[in-house]
Ligand binder design. Sequence first.
Ligand code: 2F8
Ligand code: CA
Length: 313
Amino acid sequence: MKDSAIYTENKSEDAYNQLISEDDNELRIEEHPHLGHPDTRHKVVNGPSSQTYRLTAVILGILCTVLMSTIIGLCISYKGLSEKHIVMSQNSSETNRNLEQLKANYDLLTAALVKVQKNFQEEVSAKDSMQIERDRERKRKELLQTQTEALMNEQKNLQADITMKEKSCSRCPMGWVLLQSSCYGFSDTDQVLSWNLGREECKKAGADLAVIDSQEKQEFIQGILMGKRRSSTSWHLNGYWIGLHDVHTEGEWKWVDGTDLTKGFWFDGEPNDNYSAEDCAATYPKETPLKTWNDAPCDFPLKWICEIKLQEP
Ligand code: 2F8
Ligand code: CA
């Protein structure tokens, strides 16, 4: 009742109150006429607005609390993150150190690998050199073996020659060699003649060109020729006429004693009657003792072999 009377007394104050309480959420100030000084006549009235303030204050308090909690939480999180960051930084430093170490190790290993590769290459080169040297030695050994065999053959031939000469001393002319019942004479090393002139020379010595009609004779004569061989001259200049020809009929080879050829000791591909001009046979010093004959032009200058057939005692 009292409050409402005051309200009606002064409408202008209403308006004033209206001004300062434009909504329900603001303070409402009322003037009390009996309360002394006009400045002290205003009093704060608790109404619905006060509650709102309190609510607001509570909410603000809560908000402040939430805000504080959030800030504290954020601080804690930040601290945690900072620690994590520090740990991660430390880890990163550790990782960097490890990486540096790994790089250093990698460089060391690369250097070691390069060294190993270099050593390997050197080993391979050394092995190759040894291989080359070994091949060279092998070839040298083979050459020495070949030379030794050749020397042994020569020695054998010389020995055979000496034996023949000793045996034939009493039955053959000087310098001739005996085989079975024949003496064989070889022309001087430097003298060469046609087939006919060579035969003439044999006849002058009571002989004829040699008839080589057995493997034994062939091998015997071949052994002697190998002892006389001159390797520097071309093979076809180093031949010896023998008593065989096909002068009368091409391809019909006859010995000077009138017998037909039954077994020849021709080179491969011979006789070939080269240029249709080769009708006389010669034998040559060759490594293949059963393939030493060739047909050549009868007027070609060659050495010759004579034969004296001894009378059987
Ligand atoms: O190639 C075989 C051939 O060699 C020489 O002629 C290039 C011989 N000639 C002489 O001995 C004169 C051929 O008789 C022989 O067939
Ligand atoms: Ca020929």
